[in-house]
Structure formats: structure tokens, C-alpha cells
Design a protein around this ligand. Sequence first.
Ligand SMILES: [Zn+2]
Length: 272
Amino acid sequence: MKIISKIIAFFVGTTMSLNVWNTNTPNEGEKIIINTTPIEESIVVEDITVGGYSPQNTSTTSTTTSTSGWWKYPNEIKLTKRNGDDLLVLVNKEYRLSENYVPSDLVSASLSGIRRGGSYRVRNIIINDLRDLVNQAKSDGIDLAVRSAYRSYQDQLTTYNYWLRHNKNIADDADKVSARAGHSQHQLGTAVDFTSSEIQDGIGGRFHTTQAAKWLEENAWKYGFVISFPKGYESTTGYNYESWHYRYIGKDNAQEMINDGKILEIYLRGKN
Ligand SMILES: [Zn+2]
């Protein structure tokens, strides 16, 4: 079945950064820049298929036009089964992190050498593999930069509320593009939103058109990074396709996930 897709990109409020005193981190009182907007910048149903890994065996039907409520949160919300520091913790619309959870080893993403890394933090545990990924991309002629990484519970509250306002306070629409506080992989410090000079470091709807997106789709797993919300699995993940959003689960786990032919959501459900 061919799904007719339509791109609806919003490019408003692209970069609003605030200078604030961050009190939600181990570096309490340190003045840092928190990027409050950006995030899943556009509501978009992407209509380009790029090569590379194609998941199988997910026992799910795929659709981007369903009205079955795939984006909705269940009535009963539970705390994650694994600790937030566990690379295999399942965080989705059913399982949330505590508002107090802060990763134990946050560092500047710039330690990996990725462009724009100085504005974002990630867990130290991902730095070496992220550096290898960025270096290999570079030698393959691919430019990568980071546009969002760790977001605290409070940051996510701000982010979600931004998207709620952006969607005329219709939660069903906001829930397709942004996680509610506690439900975001960005709170783990292992999720990275990539961008590229190919799209002037913008985020969202146009990223799928880049060589960088194609390169990541084919190679990121080799460095332990896997796409969280792949195209065609919206009804399983609960989110629109996000070509830019990757989560680090470690090389061995990524290899196992690929071998099993699973998408991240299904793979982690089997582990939690
Ligand atoms: Zn993201």
C-alpha cells in the first residue's frame, strides 16, 4: 500500500536559547546554556526511503494515517523497570523516568569532537563511540552536528509545553512529536538529535533529505547508536518518524538488535 505523505514543516521559533541557572544537574549553580526549543522541530511525515537497515519481525502493521490512537498514552503510567543509567531501560509512553532521575556521568558533548557539542551534554559512557562515529562520518565526507542531547525533566516539561502551544493545545497533536516530561529518551543523556551543514544545522523535517541521514541509517548501529522512531513504525513507537533522533544502547546490544531484525522499541520491550 502506498501511503501518500505530506510534509508540513514548521520553521518558527527555531533557536531560542536561554541563559539560566541550572539547578537540575550535578553541577548545581553552574551557568549553562539550555536550549529550550528546537527539538522535534517539525511535524512531518517523511516520504523518502533511504537505504540501509530495514527492520523485520516486529509483528506490527505500519501506518502513518491511522486514526487508532497510536500516539496516545495508556491510562496506567508506570515507572521504568530498569534504572535510568541502564543502557537498555525502556522509556516510552507507558514507562516513565522519575522526575528526580539525572544521569550520573553527564559531560559536554564536545568531548566527542562533534560540532556544536559545547552547547549540549551527554553521558560520558557514549563519548568514545560517538567520537568514532563522527570521525568515520567525516572521513566518508559526511558532516554531522548535534542539535539536542540531554534534557532534564524540567527542560522536557518546557519542551513539551512549547509543542502543546504550537499545536493549539491539542495534546493528541503534540504527543506525536514530543514526549511528556519523564517519557523522553533525552532525559537519559544517551539520545542525540543530529543535524548537518547540508541543512544549515537545522533540525527536523529536512534532515531525511541529507547524506548525513542516509549515512547514519546505514552506519550508526556499528557505533552503538540506533534510530528510535523509524519510518513506518509510528503505531508501534507512538511518535512520528524522526530521522535525526538516535539513542545509544552500546555496540553489542545494537548488533543484537540488528541481528534480531527488531526496531528499538520492540527490542527494549523484550528486555524490560
Ligand atoms: Zn530527539
